[in-house]
Write a protein that binds this ligand. Structure first.
Ligand code: IMP
Length: 421
């Protein structure tokens, strides 16, 4: 196996693991930073020279001076969001057009995707997924259905209008079935024209991104793949149907860019010291009491994209073990250990009761039927820097997962970090 300088950073829970802080730090060393899945359902907050930026689509490497930043062909991109982000960020990053690239193949999110996402959620009522409402699912359906409008289509506006018209035949039938208002191709094209989509996106478009990335990896360049969401939200491996519509695991990098699996050797899985989830779906360690609210308050657990409060609960190790296996993580980083600071007692779940038995693995298809035993009960800690109780918490996690913990984050700043290897 050839050694290389490729790093993958992935969330191992239901997203929002605090990857942004780690990505930002790794991006400072990278030659190329790549978003490979998801869309503007993701969001992280970056502070650049004391100014706050919330980014949904662009890789956070843009805020570092050297990294080239790529948006891959299996990201679904709302062009209006991208234009907005580029405008905002160009005030702080003047060379953004030299460093940000989007694949010509990247599928675009159109207003009909957002409308169908919205209508379906209303129609599902109590059964709704709790999507971010960004049109993600319908846009991925079009990718699989081979009818996506892609970045390359922006180069020929008359042909684009025709393609949109073709798609609208079917999309409007769906929208009208839900009682919504049909959309015309001109509405979409005019809106994009007004927003500057046709001026801006072609300047960022890149052909043959997969070859460029493979060549960079083979030349020993430092390439960072920045995951969005988390393993438990993977469309196939996650807690279906309460998942997003992309693959969130390292394997997605192989299928997006034609990168051989053996080239991905350093896969860092990020978890929080507890668990959160936004939207609907099973969550075995969820807390419905004051402890859950305390985690939510201390951790500022409100979505960066939708502002929704996140459901909170104890760390769930069978779920983490499942995610390590599914994602291919080779090491673990624990974020936000400071959020549990001041708790008298902290719990970790290490097994479930399922069909009258105690089991130590996550039966993923039956996750709604397991009961978390919260069987590791530990004394809390009052000081993150030097507290034996935090060390005990970390060592109990380490004893129960198959890959090393490489570091613990104990606060929002870069220096609030304890490296373990
Ligand atoms: P969608 O990706 O908007 O279709 O939403 C599907 C599910 O994934 C919902 O439960 C969302 O709350 C969740 N989700 C999507 N993106 C994120 C994220 O970045 N963090 C956490 N949850 C997410």
């Amino acid at each position: 196996m050839n050694e290389n300088n490729t790093t993958v950073l992935l969330g191992l829970q239901w997203g929002d693991e605090g990857k942004g802080k780690k990505v930002d730090e790794l991006a400072a060393q990278a030659d190329i930073v790549i978003r490979f899945q998801g869309g503007s359902n993701a969001g992280h907050t970056i502070y650049n020279r004391n100014k706050k930026f919330v980014v949904h689509l662009v890789p956070s490497g843009l805020f570092h001076l050297r990294a080239q930043c790529y948006i891959g062909p299996e990201v679904v991109c709302n062009p209006l969001t991208l234009v907005e982000e580029v405008r905002q960020i160009s005030t702080a990053v003047p060379d953004i057009f030299d460093r940000l690239k989007i694949s010509v193949r990247t599928p675009l999110i159109l207003p009909y995707h957002i409308e169908i996402d919205r209508c379906r959620e209303i129609y599902k009522g109590k059964e709704k997924i709790g999507t971010t409402g960004r049109g993600i699912g319908p846009a991925y359906e079009d990718l699989a259905g081979r009818v996506s409008i892609r970045v390359i289509d922006l180069f020929n506006i008359p042909k684009l209008r025709e393609k949109i018209g073709f798609n609208l035949f079917e999309k409007n039938a769906i929208i009208q079935a839900f009682g919504g208002t049909p959309i015309t191709p001109d509405e979409i094209v005019n809106q994009w024209q007004k927003a500057g989509v046709f001026d801006l996106l072609p300047k960022l478009a890149m052909r043959e991104m997969p070859s460029a990335i493979n060549e960079a990896i083979d030349a020993g360049k430092r390439v960072l793949f920045e995951g969005a969401q988390g393993t438990l939200l993977d469309v196939t491996l996650g807690t279906s149907p309460f998942v997003t519509s992309s693959h969130t695991v390292a394997g997605a990098i192989c299928t997006s860019f034609g990168i051989a699996p053996w080239k991905l050797q350093d896969i860092r899985g990020v978890i929080k010291a507890y668990t959160t989830r936004v939207g609907s779906g099973p969550f075995p360690t969820e807390l419905f009491n004051e402890k859950g609210q305390q985690i939510q308050r201390n951790g500022g657990e409100f979505g960066a994209t939708t502002g929704r409060p996140r459901r909170c609960g104890w760390l769930d190790l069978p779920a983490v073990r499942y995610a390590i296996q599914a994602s291919g993580a080779t090491q673990i980083i624990i974020m936000k250990a400071d959020v549990l600071c001041g708790f008298d007692e902290v719990k970790i779940n290490n097994s479930y009761t399922f069909e009258d038995s105690i089991i130590s693995h996550l039966p993923i298809e039956s996750i709604a039927d397991v009961i978390a035993n919260n069987d590791i009960v530990l004394p809390g800690w009052n000081n993150c820097r030097d507290d034996k109780n935090l060390a005990l918490f970390i060592s109990r996690i380490q004893e129960n997962i198959p890959v090393p913990i490489s570091g613990i984050s104990i606060g929002p700043n870069r220096e609030d970090y304890i490296a373990l290897r």
